[in-house]
Design a protein around this ligand. Sequence first.
Ligand code: ADP
Ligand code: GLC
Length: 483
Amino acid sequence: MKVLQVSAEIFPLLKTGGLADVAGALPVALKGAGCEVRVLLPGFAPILADLIVPTVLAELTAPWGERVVLRQGVLGTLGLRAYVIDAPQLYDRPGTPYEDAQRHPHPDNHLRFALLGWVAAKLACALDPGWQPAVLHSHDWHAGLTSAYLAFGPAKGRRVATVYTVHNLAYQGLFAPIHFYDLGLPAAAFAINGLEFHGQLSFMKAGLYYSDHITTVSPTYAKEIQTPAQGCGLDGLLRVRAHDLTGILNAVDETVWNPALDPALTAMFDAEKPAGKALCKAALQQALGLAVQADAPLFGVVSRLTEQKGLHLVLAALDELIARGGQLVLLGTGETELEAAFTARAQAQPQAVAVRIGYDEAYAHRIFAATDVTLVPSRFEPCGLTQMYGLKYGSLPLVHRVGGLIDTVVDCSLEDLADGTANGFVFHEFTQQALARAVRRAFALYARPTEWRSVRQRAMQQPLGWDKAAAQYVALYRQLVTP
Ligand code: ADP
Ligand code: GLC
């Protein structure tokens, strides 16, 4: 089956969060499951630079008159066939893929990402005479217009099944209605039964409304987004589409996240031979100026510093965590207030708290390897990958009871410890007190080294690879192409 994956980011070339990890791993897993996969990406500089033997497939004029070139080739790092939209005037800019260096969204984001969906729809309508996808699978709002363009495109495109994956409903790609006229969609599309959302354009809603099937990245989040509390205003539409909505849990790319083969680590280790983990911990404590104490529970955070991630609860519980003899290491970047608050805590207690503001892939690996606990207290979390990286690296996740966090973490309650299913710590109420209790539970288990080691070993042995999710996506694609 021929599948075209459409996303704005792809690991290891361009990443701002978990979307890139998924966009890099899923195509490879689908190939392993027998699909013929290609990817379509915007031509950000690192992506274009990775394209081996690129050729020009087409020169195109976007609905708003922009001239762009569509290249095809192979992404060298991933060995994937790719189409890349070469439009330096749109994509070759400082900052992140979405924001300028001052963290302001680019004013023409509606065009930069409409183009992605527009080209995807063209590829579904035989733009490449040598390759026609049976499934067009687009990810998040950046690719949300794909199915809208296809719905209003030439009839032959409609034979292509469309799947739209929501990675985070909170980022919706909302734009002023004035921009609708640039997009080249018929007036009928700007309606409640279309991409209009409270008078604005919503790329997210376009994906939800026009795609044949919607998936999201965990079974629990698939239910949560159908409620007013978590539906970000789109829960009504998601309830209407409930029969076309599936939660498929993300997974871990074990070629990237494997402590037994990880070159970023001071020492490699695995579930059977965990000794290297203690070396990783000592080396990190030493490098960061933390007290080098093997028996001080080391808590880690690797995260975007945004309101979603619930890190103000960690700030509130930090005194108690330190008073009990714990330490915290944090790597993150994002909101200025959170950056400043964590930095101040590290300056005040350098022996117990180490904070690095920034983005550093290798350092993230070292944190999972060195820490005893990975903190993920998110207010909401569609899937979450860091709790799974924590499991793989023997850093037991401590999480809020939401989204994909519930689908991957089982609390160390006495009964689940006895059953051998416990692998971390889960708190229910989204409060400082509830987080603090879970932290105390972590200390209590840590004080029983034999039990801690056995929970850690099971956590590290848990199957978390992409094969299961890939099989679920393939089953879904089959259903859609042979109705
Ligand atoms: P989200 O996509 O909401 O940010 P996920 O847990 O799904 O959350 O994925 C986050 C990804 O980004 C993980 O691969 C994590 O290791 C990585 N990450 C987040 N912040 C940083 C950082 N400051 N440096 C390196 N990697 C980071
Ligand atoms: C989003 C979500 C995160 C998820 C990731 C990959 O960024 O916030 O929970 O793991 O996408 O699907």
